[in-house]
Design a protein around this ligand. Structure first.
Ligand SMILES: *[C@@H]1O[C@H](CO)[C@@H](O)[C@H](O)[C@H]1NC(C)=O
Ligand SMILES: *[C@@H]1O[C@H](CO)[C@@H](O)[C@H](O)[C@H]1NC(C)=O
Ligand SMILES: *[C@@H]1O[C@H](CO)[C@@H](O)[C@H](O)[C@H]1NC(C)=O
Length: 331
C-alpha cells in the first residue's frame, strides 16, 4: 500500500515538472482594434513535436518542431521563432485584431500541455465638445456638452479647465449603447465664468496610451472692460467737466460785457441784439441764483426781528430784479 502511494506521488511530481516546462505570456493582453497582438509560448521540454495555436477554441496556426511554421489558410496570423537559452520559443502574432478576436488564445503543445491566455480588443471612438469657442460675462453660468461616440468598452470621460481636472460633482454623465456593443457617453459641464480659460474634454479606454481630447476656449468679457474702467474713465469725466466749466465761464464773461455795453449804448447793432437775446437769459438765471442765496442768508441771520423777510417777499423781489435785468438787456 505504501509503495503504491509513493508511486502515485512520484507520478504527480513528474507531471508537475513537465507542466512547469511550458509557459504562455502575457496572461492577459489588451489592444485597440486593428493593432497587433503578440503572445509567446516557451518550453524547455525538447520532446515536443507539434505546437497548435487556437483562437477561442479554433485552431488557426500549426508549428512543427522539425519543419517550423506550417502554411495556414488564415492570413491574419503568423508566428516568429525566437530561440532562448532555455529551450524553444515561438511568438504568435495576430496581425490586425478584430473585435471578434477577443477571448481566449491557447498554445497547445500536443502530448505535453496547453496553456490559455486572455485577449481583450478595445475600440477607440471620437470625442467632441459641441459648439464653438464661447464668450461670457463674468459671473455668468456657462454649459459645455461633450460627446464621446463609438467606444468599447464604455470610455472614461473627464473634464479639464486650464489643464486642471474638474471635480466629478460639477458634471453629469450619461451613457448609451449602440449596435454591436459600442458606447456613446455624453456629459454636461456647467461652470461660472470667472476668467478666460481653455476647457478640455478627455475620453479614454485602458489600451489607449493618452486620452483623446477636444478643446474649446472660454473668453470672459468683463475682464477686458474692467481693465479699461480702472484709469481711462475717470480721466475722461474729469476732462469733459473742466472743458464744460471753462465754456460756462467764457459765456458768462461775454454776457456780462455785452449786457454792460448795451446798458451804455442806447442804440445797438442787430448783431449785438441777437447776442444779448441769447446770453442775457443766462445772466438773468445766474442773478436769480445769487439773489436767492442772499435771500436765504438774510432769512437765516436777521439783524433785527422786524426785518425777518418772508419767502414770498423774496420771490417777488427776485422776480422784480429779474424782469428789470431782462429789460435792461433788451434795451
Ligand atoms: C482576416 O482579417 C480580415 C479583416 O482584417 C477579415 O475580414 C478576415 O475574415 C480575417 N480572416 C480570418 C480567416 O479570420
Ligand atoms: C445634473 O443633473 C441633475 C439632475 O438631473 C441636475 O440637477 C444638475 O444641475 C445637473 N448638473 C449639471 C452640471 O448639468
Ligand atoms: C445635457 O444637456 C442637454 C441639453 O442642454 C440635455 O438634452 C442632456 O440630456 C444633458 N445631458 C446630461 C448628461 O445631463
Amino acid at each position: 500500500m505504501d509503495v503504491f502511494l509513493l508511486l502515485v506521488l512520484l507520478m504527480s511530481c513528474r507531471i508537475q515538472a513537465v507542466r512547469t516546462q511550458m509557459k504562455l505570456f502575457p496572461e492577459t493582453l489588451t489592444v485597440l482594434q486593428g493593432e497587433e497582438a503578440r503572445f509567446t509560448c516557451t518550453t524547455s521540454n525538447t520532446q515536443w513535436t507539434i505546437m497548435v495555436w487556437l483562437l477561442n477554441g479554433a485552431a488557426v496556426l500549426t508549428i512543427s518542431k522539425t519543419h517550423g511554421l506550417l502554411p495556414s489558410i488564415n492570413t491574419n496570423v503568423t508566428a516568429e521563432k525566437s530561440s532562448t537559452s532555455k529551450g524553444d520559443s515561438w511568438q504568435f502574432v495576430l496581425k490586425s485584431t478584430e473585435r471578434d478576436n477577443q477571448g481566449q488564445v491557447t498554445c497547445d503543445l500536443q502530448g505535453i500541455d496547453r496553456k490559455t491566455a486572455s485577449l481583450f480588443v478595445q475600440e477607440k471612438g471620437s470625442v467632441k465638445v459641441s459648439g464653438k469657442d464661447r464668450l461670457a460675462f463674468k459671473g455668468q453660468s456657462v454649459m459645455f456638452e461633450c460627446q464621446a461616440i463609438g467606444w468599447f468598452p464604455k470610455p472614461t470621460l473627464q473634464w479639464q479647465v486650464n489643464d486642471k481636472e474638474v471635480s466629478q460633482s460639477e458634471y453629469n454623465i450619461s451613457c448609451e449603447e449602440f449596435g454591436k456593443s459600442l458606447f456613446t457617453v455624453t456629459s454636461n459641464l456647467s461652470m461660472t465664468a470667472a476668467k478666460s480659460s481653455h476647457v478640455d474634454c478627455l475620453a479614454s479606454v485602458s489600451a489607449l496610451p493618452t486620452p483623446l481630447k477636444s478643446s474649446v476656449r472660454l473668453t470672459v468679457v468683463a475682464e477686458v472692460v474692467q481693465e479699461e474702467d480702472d484709469c481711462t474713465a475717470p480721466l475722461a469725466v474729469t476732462a469733459s467737466l473742466s472743458v464744460l466749466l471753462l465754456l460756462l465761464l467764457l459765456l458768462l464773461c461775454i454776457c456780462i460785457v455785452l449786457c454792460y455795453r448795451q446798458r451804455r449804448q442806447a442804440k445797438s447793432s442787430p448783431q449785438e441784439a441777437i447776442w444779448s437775446l441769447m446770453l442775457c437769459p443766462l445772466a438773468a438765471c445766474l442773478y436769480t441764483v445769487r439773489a436767492k442765496s442772499r435771500c436765504v442768508y438774510q432769512r437765516k441771520t436777521p439783524r433785527r426781528s422786524e426785518e425777518v423777510p418772508e419767502f414770498k417777499y423774496c420771490d417777488a423781489r427776485q422776480f422784480l430784479q429779474l424782469s428789470r435785468l431782462t429789460s435792461v438787456c433788451m434795451v
